[in-house]
Design a protein around this ligand. Structure first.
Ligand code: CA
Length: 435
């Protein structure tokens, strides 16, 4: 995944865009996330949308002919191109609609994780772990990534291959490349990469299916990611992430290894914080050895003793000080390379634990009533800005800058400085602003 617009602030914003489920059937695809970042400009920047939702079939055909000339100079044969585009005559309405309509749904991390880590998904994950034991063991030996994590990722991405998407990849990517002008370069590169997959005879044009945003197969790789990380693990000459579980699971593992997965290290674990914990000295950039957290009187939440951890850990508070707390390792950050969302990584991590037989979270998640809607997030930003805090643009997106401003306000107000937006915080700001 090489989206050059993935700035730190943008990544922080992404977890606040409550529209993951809009990403077609493969709602939780990683690389679908990349696509959502790409469309976020449309979602968030109403008034500066770049999607051409009215493109005619004739204009689209002209675009295809222009793209064909380009593709042929880049190694795609006329036969491959023409076969791939044989049924692609106009922009796909469903794709244009998916990009353009992003309903606001307020979901907390707890809601998000629970919806993905259902009893059914846990049970089927255990069956997959058992049923594919030999394959998973050899994949784990080859890449060093915990088999339970690989199975969990597979489960979160596509419900173990059941929901990998039925959209034509060429139709979807051509629609996005032709109509979504502001990200046209990105979609064009993905479309070209998709054609190269067909050119390499890894998949037939008819079977070349995925999400509306171009995420493909069991593990929802985008085409460019496919070229960098897909492997032919069953050695039949094709890198087939659509029909070969061996290729798909090995490819996901190879990706995680390439992003820095540390073999043998856990993703992290749930912890309990002591009364009067100093949140100000445990911000998102603070990484400490286990022993230092122990000295701060942090304890494992589930009362099962400390896991073995070698690397440094950071404190993760997905819903602020009033929700579950976690200490996470580098491997958690590696999961976020698959999809740059804290709640996504937590869903994969938690599912992997549950598949391994661990209990549910020990601490309760705050209610969704506590979450802020977009208008309220903007109000929060305006109030912070009026108090002299730098929050960047008032866009309703709680990124790193807004979180820092929240922490600063919490500190001077004597509140736990967790940087988390909530109804209580908004009320407090309103009161403070009226005085
Ligand atoms: Ca293969």
């Amino acid at each position: 995944m090489r989206q050059i617009w993935f700035t730190r602030g943008y990544l922080a914003r992404l977890s606040q865009i409550p529209t993951w489920q809009a990403c077609a059937r493969s709602a939780h695809s990683v690389f679908c996330a990349a696509a959502l970042v790409a469309v976020a400009g449309v979602v968030v920047g109403a008034g500066r949308t770049s999607a051409n939702t009215q493109m005619t079939a004739a204009a689209f055909q002209a675009w295809v002919q222009d793209f064909r000339r380009d593709a042929l100079t880049k190694g795609i044969s006329p036969q491959t191109f023409d076969a791939a585009f044989a049924k692609v005559k106009a922009p796909a309405k469903s794709v244009v609609k998916s990009v353009s309509t992003q309903p606001e749904v307020v979901r907390t991390s707890g809601d998000y994780v629970s919806s993905l880590v259902s009893d059914g998904r846990v049970q089927l994950g255990r069956e997959k772990l058992e049923g594919h034991r030999a394959l998973l063991s050899s994949v784990e030996s080859a890449f060093g990534v915990d088999a339970r994590v690989v199975v969990a990722l597979w489960g979160v991405e596509t419900y173990y291959g059941r929901l990998s998407g039925k959209h034509s990849i060429i139709q979807s990517l051509a629609t996005l490349a032709a109509t979504h002008r502001r990200r046209a370069k990105y979609w064009r590169a993905e479309l070209l990469a998709a054609l190269k997959i067909i050119e390499g005879r890894h998949v037939t044009a008819e079977n070349f299916k995925g999400s509306w945003a171009g995420a493909m197969g069991h593990i929802q790789f985008m085409p460019t990611t496919y070229h960098s990380h897909a492997v032919d693990f069953d050695r039949d000459g094709r890198r087939d992430i659509w029909d070969s579980k061996a290729d798909a699971l090995a490819s996901a593992s190879k990706f995680l290894k390439a992003k820095g997965w540390v073999p043998g290290e856990p993703w992290g674990f749930e912890v309990r914080l002591p009364e009067n914990f100093d949140f100000d000295r445990a911000g998102p950039d603070v990484k400490l050895p286990l022993i230092t957290w122990q000295k701060k009187a942090v304890v494992p939440a589930k009362g099962i003793g400390w896991p073995e951890v070698n690397g440094r850990l950071r404190l993760l508070l997905p819903e602020g000080a009033s929700g579950p707390a976690f200490l996470v390792t580098q491997n958690f950050s590696v999961l976020m390379r698959y999809n740059p969302s804290t709640r996504y990584a937590l869903a994969v991590a938690h599912l992997s634990d549950r598949i391994a037989g661990a209990p549910d979270f020990a601490q309760a998640w705050p209610s969704a009533k506590n979450a802020l809607r977009r208008g309220e997030r903007k109000e929060l930003q305006r109030l912070l800005s009026a108090k002299g805090h730098n929050i960047g643009p008032v866009d309703g997106i709680i990124g790193a800058t807004t979180r820092e401003a929240i922490r600063a306000f919490q500190k001077v107000s004597g509140l736990p400085a967790d940087g988390h937006p909530s109804q209580q915080l908004l009320s407090r700001l309103r009161t403070a602003s009226n005085n």
